[in-house]
Design a protein around this ligand. Structure first.
Ligand SMILES: Cc1ncc(COP(=O)(O)O)c(C=O)c1O
Length: 316
């Protein structure tokens, strides 16, 4: 069994030595906030590049305030810790970094106690969803959590029960992934990914008040579509039936990357094959995360430092 190095409450240590008391508040009540960050291995240079780590850590530091959790590191230090973690594990592969800040009190009671902990784990990770074939998605019978129940924009641990119920139901019904509607019956997102449709050469995505996570990949997609392809995105309320008449549908997220959807509820989307906008975006995204688009070099952070200077030049 591998015993990877993890970061926990200020120190690097083997995973086997990181032990939580069974009464840990977050385990019982879901009182944690996590992130998911990818680092991409460039086989040419051997470098491993964290993708938009500062944006992920900034989002996390905003979101922890919802649960009164204090993380004792600024985003820049968290980025250094993530890079150090990958180096200490010697990973030369695509890696997924999972920071988590949580309520660590070991007392019974559901208020938000003062004790906080912070951990970061890194694991090698290939594709989370199949990004080559078209996915078959089903609209879930579970509704996305309302902002007034548990805010979806915050990656709160307990909120992922909602995602797990929807993702499992989708698999049990023979779908690859779920599409969740919000309480108003409008399209929100996938279980752990944002959703876009393409219609008449434009992209459409649920707006930030639709019960979604404000995804970093969502932002990357809108930026790349606009700046490299001249494709504009409209952020607005999306009705369920728009999924059935769209030219293209795709899901996107750090883990999922850009995953084309070719059937929704058994109905064929567009031609039934991944569409041209989705395929071009996959291409541009693949280039951006491996720092092959100089304009977006500042989005990537080299872990081993072999081409840190190139990144700074590209960002200038
Ligand atoms: C519910 C949910 N929506 C969307 C996303 C996509 O967000 P990002 O692109 O920041 O990874 C995720 C993944 O983290 C998620 O869990």
């Amino acid at each position: 069994m591998t015993d990877n190095v993890v970061f926990w409450n200020g120190a690097f240590l083997p995973d086997s030595q990181a032990r939580l008391p069974l009464l840990t508040h977050a385990l019982h009540y879901g009182t944690g906030v996590f992130e998911g960050i990818r680092a991409y291995h460039d086989e040419g240079t051997g470098e491993v590049l964290l993708f938009r780590p500062l944006d992920h850590f900034r989002r996390m530091l905003h979101n922890v305030t919802l649960l009164n959790i204090r993380v004792p590191h600024p985003p820049e230090d968290l980025t250094d810790i993530a890079a150090d973690l990958i180096r200490r594990n010697g990973f030369r592969a695509d890696v997924y970094v999972r920071p988590i800040a949580y309520k660590s009190s070991a007392r019974i009671g559901v208020t938000l106690p003062a004790e906080d902990s912070f951990a970061m784990i890194a694991v090698p990770l290939g594709d989370y969803l199949d990004t080559r074939k078209g996915l078959h998605c089903g609209v879930s019978s579970w509704r996305r959590l309302q902002d007034n129940a548990i805010p979806s924009r915050a990656k709160i641990c307990g909120a992922y029960v909602n995602s797990a119920l929807a993702a499992q139901e989708a698999r049990d019904r023979g779908f690859d992934e779920a599409i969740l509607l919000n309480e108003a019956g409008h399209v929100a997102e996938g279980s752990a990914m944002n959703l876009f449709l393409a219609r008449d050469g434009r992209l459409i995505t649920p707006d930030v008040a639709s019960g979604i996570l404000e995804g970093v990949t969502r932002d990357t997609v809108m930026t790349l579509a606009c700046e490299t392809m001249g494709v504009h995105t409209v952020e607005r309320v999306v009705e369920r039936s728009e999924l059935y008449v769209a030219d293209e549908v795709f899901l996107c997220g750090t883990a999922a990357q850009i995953a084309p959807v070719t059937r929704v509820d058994g109905k064929t989307v567009g031609t039934g094959k991944p569409g041209p906008i989705t395929l071009e975006l996959q291409e541009q995204y693949g280039r951006a995360v491996r720092r092959r688009l100089p304009r977006y070099a500042a989005w990537t952070e080299p872990v081993y430092g072999t081409d840190a200077d190139d990144a700074k030049r590209g960002a200038a």
